[in-house]
Design a binder for this molecule. Structure first.
Ligand code: 8X3
Length: 248
């Protein structure tokens, strides 16, 4: 049976991806900080779901991750690097260092540490698929995107570089770059203000976690010789804007 590990599994994309992969007949290890949320998901998904409470900023726990699992769960076939967050929408010059540091620690360092920990096992077993949750913010600059977008640009380039290093091995790597998504805690966490977060979605029909889970499910179930390098997805109501000019 295929074993997938999903980070950020307690809510939003991660929870929906976990549900979907279990429905597709896989076993899922769900990683998140909030143990109670994971336990609720475990109650829903049963024996096919293993909840593991871990903070993506705890690099030493991530480095030893595999050895901390029950022996029968250690051979991880699919890693869904979903955990990540945006904090703040201020211009760079007005941003808080603590926000930047937390985004880098989670979106870059944690993701990289877990990937580093799981890669050798995938190589030894000659079986694996690493799926990154990137963002359109990693490609298109927008005001207030500063460090969040930069972390997602890292994720996209890390995925591309992994593909290059893994050439010759049957291990796949995919970067998924979603645009405006609703139905998750993303904007509430970013804005720390429920009203401002709700306003992000006013008058829109955003992508949902179910849409993302559908894409992940499709990507990981392609024939073994097919590697989906990257998927960029926006809701129909969103498009890239233009360049900015200061005429003052
Ligand atoms: C989420 C997409 O547009 O809020 O990564 O940066 S966006």
């Amino acid at each position: 049976m295929t074993t997938a590990l999903v980070t950020g599994a307690s809510a939003g994309f991660g929870r929906e991806i976990a549900r979907r992969l279990v429905r597709e007949g896989m076993r899922v290890i769900g990683v998140a900080r909030r143990a109670a949320r994971l336990d609720a998901l475990a109650a829903e998904l049963g024996a096919s779901f293993l909840p593991v409470s871990c903070d993506m900023r705890d690099v030493s726990a991530l480095s030893d991750f595999q050895s901390s699992l029950p022996a029968s769960w250690r051979d991880i076939d699919i890693l869904i690097n979903n955990a990540g967050l945006a904090l703040g929408i201020s211009k760079a010059q007005e941003s808080r260092w603590a926000d930047w540091a937390q985004m880098i620690e989670t979106n870059v360092t944690g993701l990289t540490a877990l990937t580093h920990a799981l890669l050798p096992g995938m190589v030894a077993r000659r079986r694996g698929h690493i799926v990154m949750m990137g963002s359109i913010a990693g490609r298109y600059p927008y005001q207030g995107g500063n460090v969040y977008g930069a972390t997602k640009a890292y994720v996209a380039q890390f995925a591309a570089n992994l593909r290059t290093d893994l050439l010759g091995l049957p291990i796949r790597v995919t970067n998924i770059a979603p645009g405006l998504c609703g139905g998750s805690e993303f904007s509430a966490v970013r804005m720390a203000d429920a009203e401002a977060a709700a306003a992000v979605y006013a008058g829109t029909t955003p992508i949902t976690p179910i849409d993302i889970a559908e894409i992940v499910s499709w990507v990981v179930q392609q024939p073994a010789h097919v590697n989906v390098n990257e998927i960029e997805v926006m809701p129909v109501c969103q498009a890239a804007g233009g360049l900015a000019i200061d005429r003052s």
